[in-house]
Write a protein that binds this ligand. Structure first.
Ligand code: 26W
Length: 812
């Protein structure tokens, strides 16, 4: 549709559907009109794709994830449909600001951070590469909490994102599945075969809500299927009047419906909550039941061939119950024998590991697990038994460590072991991360199954993170190297030709200034703070966690401030330090760090004596939409995790793609960024992973002696309780103890000096205008490698055995 047609269509929709006119409509009504026009248009293409899939029955991948951090969908749908430009024009003609209309959409915040956003980027890439691939997740009523800062502290508000109807979803009650919890297992014999039945279970309905995932510049629309727990309408759901009272019955029904109520806000901290295990089984069972049913309908084959048509990728261990649940369906429902079912299962399931932090490894206490899922527990025990037998007989060299490898051990079910044993592929998310898995974390499993292990370095969709978030940079790129890069992001490398081109550098600078002014305006609106758009925009945006070391950043800022107090005329460029970070509600230390950042901001932003050389901005409620505004305006990208701790990172890629220079450690995918751009185009600092390992091994690190011997550190750390923060004197004692008494788990003090040096390099380099631009262009040019299209191509060919479709050239 062209501009005029869109305009007419908006007016018609307002009148017919919303009973209003263009002159009276609110922004929200315009948003509803526009998005329903888009949705209607997608629906017919969606049907076509589904029809094609039905007829051709291609190999399909299902991406199982407890989190999909989708953000807003209107603008990305418009972009992928090639409607973005005409729609923006239509809205402008009608007297509206397109960005204000897009902002009426609530973020779908169904994820915590990196893992959930990765899943969203993967959906975009699968559809854009025309890979038959669908997402299966949970339709949480409440997404990740909304963060407010009140009196310097984080407070959490519920994110009731479904308050208004969600335009993008279609409820599919016809595909409802029934999920059973609890009960008891009875075995009996039938025709000489052992049969199992599960009795007296509590049942809940799983109702899917489908969201279309539109590919860029093609006709493919895949599906994100989100499951919602709802009351069962069958007789089973009614009160039978026997064992329980009516009210107890209602109560237990209610508790089952709470399964899809909210997303757990903990990222990287395993908490053995029964409800979370319920959520995991709920997702896995509804998804698998549907897949098996559809497979039989479409192919007419027995499930013995399931793995020839289907792969299931599990996003971390959260959905690893797919292994015993698929075994259950194949044996108890489809009549396969153990060996047949095991063959199918272990050729269907593939597992991605996203973390090596030990506190994040999922383990469930046996009593909880077996009570909630008695049949699944039986099968898991059998998997464990057979696996241990196999190791004992076939790998005598591992006999002494069987208890370390077992799926069930020390009264716990270890989900990572279940996932490794039950899948045909295990992948890490960056080269370094996969090497650590093979070398240490999963060393023994790697010894047993070397062929299963592989790397798939993460990626991000360049459509959302460059084309959509940064249209000005996109136009600049188009005008110099053409538009092929949109379909072949590696073509961005052609920009290298312009790295020293004065006119290109000037234009890049202007684009950055434009985006910085835009962000400065937003900051002023939200916080009242006026920031200098000529200062260096230095950002650290990610979940708050000890290992990500926001503490290192803010301690450095305090240190810089103390220096400026002593040297008010020092010739260093002004810097704006921008933070965005949510802390898990129960993570005390992380919340203290937020308080420290906000208190430091309070103190430093209001001290006129340093001539506005430092501003600190803590932006509340960091989420996908805020990231889309911050990233294009960023110049320094802080990726400063303790080496060996960040599995990959994906914010590092988004920032690099938008021309920010990385201040980072050799960790996660920073290593691969370095491989591409070279260390001369980044600011690297800090210990390497091997040095840290060495310190751990020898116990050769004492934060206290460093503190005692280093004057600067001493002075700075003392500020934590020496009156710098006035009323907050006692507030930061936990951070103080964390650093000194608990020996600085993440080596903040150890890396401090090297960090300061890297920061000084940044100040110097920024003053060499041409050099900075050149470095920035070099980073953008190499960022094509980090498109999730590359990642998905690798999953498709190396894990899923699905041939990606070669896209046709862009429509003009
Ligand atoms: C059980 C609680 C829990 C919840 C979430 C444990 C672990 C997680 C995730 C694995 C945490 C996560 O998001 N990991 C991040 O995954 C990104 C995508 O692969 C990586 O880029 C990040 O480095 C990694 O921290």
């Amino acid at each position: 549709m062209n501009e005029q047609q869109l305009q007419d269509s908006i007016c018609q929709t307002l009148e017919k559907k919303l009973g209003t006119t263009i002159n009276e409509a609110t922004s929200r009504e315009i948003y509803i009109a526009v998005s329903s026009i888009v949705k209607e248009n997608l629906n017919s293409e969606w049907l076509q794709t589904t029809k094609r899939y039905k007829e051709q029955n291609p190999r399909t991948v299902y991406y199982f994830s407890m989190e999909f951090l989708m953000g807003r969908l209107l603008e990305s749908n418009l972009l992928n449909m090639h409607w973005l430009e005409p729609m923006k024009a239509a809205l402008t003609n009608l007297g509206f600001v397109p960005e204000d209309i897009f902002a009426c959409e609530q973020d779908a915040g169904l994820g915590n951070g990196g893992l959930g956003r990765l899943a969203a980027c993967f959906l975009d890439s699968m559809a854009s590469l025309q890979i038959p691939g669908h997402g299966y997740g949970i339709r949480y009523k409440y997404g990740l909490f909304e963060q407010k800062i009140v009196d310097g502290n984080q407070v959490e508000l519920p994110d009731y994102w479904l308050r208004e109807p969600y335009v993008w979803e279609t409820k599919r009650p016809d595909l409802t599945a029934v999920i059973c919890f609890g009960g008891r297992v009875e075995t009996y014999e039938e025709n000489g075969k052992m049969k199992v039945s599960l009795l007296d279970t509590e049942k809940v309905a799983a109702v899917p809500y489908d969201v279309p995932i539109k590919g860029y510049n093609n006709e493919t629309i895949n599906t994100l299927r989100l499951w919602s727990a709802e009351p069962l309408e069958s007789e089973d759901g009614f009160y039978a009047g026997d064992k329980q009272s009516y009210y107890d019955h209602l109560e237990s029904k209610r508790s089952l419906e709470r399964i899809s109520e909210f997303l757990y806000p903990d990222d990287s901290n395993m908490d053995g909550k029964m409800l979370r295990l319920k959520q995991q089984y709920f997702l896995v069972s509804s998804g698998l039941q549907t897949i098996v049913k559809l497979f039989k309908q479409r192919t007419g084959h027995s499930c013995l061939k399931l793995h020839e048509y289907i792969s299931i990728q599990i996003n971390d261990t959260h959905p690893s119950l797919v292994v015993p649940e698929l075994m259950r369906l194949l044996m108890d429902e489809e009549g396969l024998g153990w060996d047949e079912a095991w063959h199918v299962t272990t050729n269907t399931v593939a597992y991605t590991n996203h973390t090596i932090l030990s506190e994040a490894l999922e383990k469930w206490p046996v009593p909880l697990f077996s009570q909630l899922l008695p049949r699944i527990y039986m099968i898991t025990e059998e998997i464990n038994e057979r696996f241990c037998q196999m190791v004992y007989h076939d790998h005598p060299e591992y006999r002494s460590v069987i208890h370390e490898l077992a799926v069930i051990s020390y009264g716990q079910v270890r989900m990572a072991h279940l996932a490794v044993v039950g899948s045909y592929s295990v992948n890490g998310v960056a080269k370094m991360h996969t090497e650590i898995l093979k070398r240490s974390e999963m060393k023994q499993f790697y010894g047993l199954f070397p062929g299963k292990f592989n790397n798939k370095t993460n990626g991000i969709t360049h459509r959302r993170w460059l084309m959509q978030a940064n249209p000005e940079l996109t136009s600049l790129i188009n005008s110099s190297i053409g538009e092929e890069w949109k379909e072949r992001p590696k073509d961005l490398i052609k920009l290298l030709r312009y790295s020293k081109d004065a006119s290109f550098q000037e234009k890049l600078f202007e684009v950055k200034q434009f985006n910085k002014q835009n962000l400065a305006r937003y900051i002023k609106e939200k916080t009242g703070l006026i920031i200098d758009d000529r200062s260096i925009f230095d950002v650290q945006i990610k979940r708050l966690h000890g290992y990500k070391r926001q503490l290192l950043n803010i301690l450095y800022v305090i240190n810089r401030y103390l220096y400026l107090k002593d040297h008010p005329h020092a010739d260093i460029p002004a810097r704006t330090f921008i933070f965005g970070a949510k802390a898990a509600p129960s993570y005390h230390f992380a919340k203290q760090v937020i308080r420290l950042i906000v208190s430091a901001a309070d103190q430093i932003n209001n001290d006129a004596s340093i001539n506005d050389k430092i501003k600190i901005v803590f932006l509340e409620n960091y989420n996908v939409s805020l990231a889309e505004m911050i990233i294009p305006a960023s110049e320094v990208s802080q990726q400063i995790s303790t080496a060996g701790k960040e599995a990959s990172g994906t914010g590092n890629m988004k920032l690099m793609m938008n021309g920010a220079l990385t201040l980072g450690t050799l960790d996660g995918a920073n290593v691969e960024i370095k491989d591409m751009v070279g260390s001369q185009n980044m600011f690297l600092f800090g210990m390497e992973e091997s040095e840290i390992e060495e310190l751990h091994r020898t116990g050769g690190y004492s934060a206290k002696s460093l503190y005692q011997s280093d004057k600067r550190l001493h002075h700075m750390i003392n500020q934590l309780h020496d009156g710098f923060f006035g009323r907050d004197e006692l507030a930061f004692k936990d951070i103080y103890y964390h650093l000194l008494r608990d020996n600085d788990e993440y080596f903040v003090l150890k890396d401090f000096e090297s960090y300061v040096e890297a920061q000084e390099m940044i100040d110097q380099t920024y003053q060499q205008w041409n050099k900075w631009q050149e470095m920035s262009i070099t980073n953008i040019a190499h960022s094509g490698k980090f498109s999730s299209d590359r990642t998905i191509m690798q999953y498709a060919s190396e894990i899923w055995n699905i041939s990606p479709y070669i896209p046709v050239p862009a429509k003009k």
